[in-house]
Design a protein around this ligand. Structure first.
Ligand SMILES: Cc1cc2nc3c(=O)[nH]c(=O)nc-3n(C[C@H](O)[C@H](O)[C@H](O)COP(=O)(O)OP(=O)(O)OC[C@H]3O[C@@H](n4cnc5c(N)ncnc54)[C@H](O)[C@@H]3O)c2cc1C
Length: 392
């Protein structure tokens, strides 16, 4: 009987796993079948929602039909996973079916927890889902100028570089429309005084500060976000009240409902699931791999697609090795990411290693390897090339 590999989620982690596994299963002739469950018809590339908001690109450029994975030999089920039963190796779906597995890969992203703070759901704009990005673009087109506040309520949030990227590209965009940028980043401050601006180390912070000066971006650290008061257009934190004309908000990261189950919730932080470094297995079930954004905290990695990509490779290669693969599981390599910075882009590299004494991945250093207008094109080209694998 073929080994049944079931993947939950058709985003970054799910699709990277499905394509890698299907290629290797076919290449080595393993007796295995791969099924992927996604709750809607699309595979999205979330970073492109920033381009929808800021540049007005159409939503169709941010997505591809998930069912086209079938061309690679992956069975696709469009349905919502509502219950995972690890003891019986079974997943129940909203449509009434259930699927059994020998290996399970869980990559369900995270939920936008707007309800976590008063006023946050009602006020402001965001591009953390496709509909939000379209609405945001409309608001920006009509924005006559004034103070833009970019609010990060808490750490960690989806994609560490996002607020800085967004602030600098917005500054550039406003300046090209003849509007003097007036942008304030309201961000959490760690007990040691650090903010997300320094999150990837001094080299990348230096780059952000250069663009902050160019596009008039100020930083106000907060010691705890409390609420937004949409009636008065102010953000209220423990140490400040900050007025805004346009509010841009980053969502508090919360677990997808199906993972709000004691079998899966990480006891140290209930915004995340359990996951065991270095191989991303569930600590209690060796046949389950927890690789999505929801699983990054306990492994020491970060909530960004580039880390989910390497987690997907590591987990998939563990499965392939157990199926009889001829090479050992992949180690996590230095992680490179391309990001926008104002009118340009840069290539950031983070060196990461597994620390056996802590049982976690630790960060050695991050640096800016190349800054150029070309990187902006490379970022766009990479995403479109990736989506083109699912466009026929
Ligand atoms: C605006 C923005 C900008 C970003 N920029 C970058 C960047 O520049 N670089 C970078 O590395 N990362 C970036 N990220 C982060 C990156 O997109 C995510 O970290 C990554 O997509 C997470 O991968 P995932 O597979 O865990 O989840 P996702 O890619 O979010 O996919 C989850 C999938 O699971 C499906 N799903 C959810 N629940 C269920 C269920 N119960 N049943 C079935 N299916 C379900 C969803 O429909 C979705 O298809 C950005 C994110 C955003 C929002």
């Amino acid at each position: 009987m073929p080994k049944r590999i079931l993947i939950l989620g058709g985003g970054t982690g799910g699709v990277v796993s499905a394509l890698f596994l299907s290629e290797q299963v076919r290449g080595f002739g393993f007796d295995a079948e791969i099924t992927l469950v996604n709750k809607d018809e699309w595979h999205y590339m979330p970073p492109l929602w920033m381009d929808v908001a800021l540049e007005g690109i159409p939503l169709d450029e941010t997505r591809a039909p998930i069912r086209n994975l079938e061309k690679y030999g992956v069975r696709v089920v469009v349905d919502e996973a509502v219950k995972i039963d690890p003891a019986n190796r079974r997943v129940s779906l909203a449509g009434g079916d259930s699927l059994e597995y020998d290996y399970l890969i869980v990559a369900l992203g995270s939920r936008n927890g707007w309800e976590a703070y008063p006023g946050l759901a009602e006020a402001g704009y965001h591009n953390y889902d496709p509909e939000g990005a379209v609405e945001f673009n409309k608001a920006l087109r009509e924005f006559p100028g004034g103070r833009v506040v970019i609010l990060v309520p808490e750490m960690p949030y989806r994609c560490g570089t996002y607020p800085m990227e967004f602030a600098t590209v917005l500054g550039y965009r406003l300046a090209t429309r003849g509007i003097n940028p007036d942008i304030t980043l309201v961000v959490p401050m760690a007990p040691n005084g650090a903010t997300p601006v320094e999150g990837l180390g001094p080299d990348i912070a230096k780059l952000w500060l250069k663009y902050f000066e160019k596009y008039n971006v100020k930083v106000i650290p907060h010691k705890g976000f409390e609420r937004v008061d949409p009636g008065r257009n102010v953000v209220v934190t423990k140490n400040n009240e900050i007025p805004y004309d346009l509010l841009v908000k980053v969502p508090p990261l919360r677990l997808p409902k199906v993972l709000e189950d004691p079998e899966f919730v990480y006891p140290d932080d209930n915004r995340f699931t359990k996951s065991r470094a270095p191989d991303f297995r569930h600590p209690d079930y060796d046949d389950i791999f927890m690789i999505g954004e929801h699983a990054m905290e306990p492994t020491g990695l970060s909530t960004a697609g580039v880390f989910i990509h390497v987690a997907a490779h590591r987990a998939s290669s563990e499965i392939l090795y157990e199926l009889g693969g001829s090479y050992p599981p992949e180690k996590v390599p230095p992680v490179a990411c391309v990001a926008y910075s104002g009118d340009k882009g840069f290539l950031g590299v983070c060196e990461i290693e597994y620390d056996t004494s802590q049982g976690k991945y630790t960060w050695r250093k991050c640096y800016n390897a190349l800054e150029s207008g070309m990187i902006k094109l490379v970022k766009r080209a990479f995403y479109q090339g990736w989506l083109n694998r699912l466009r026929f």
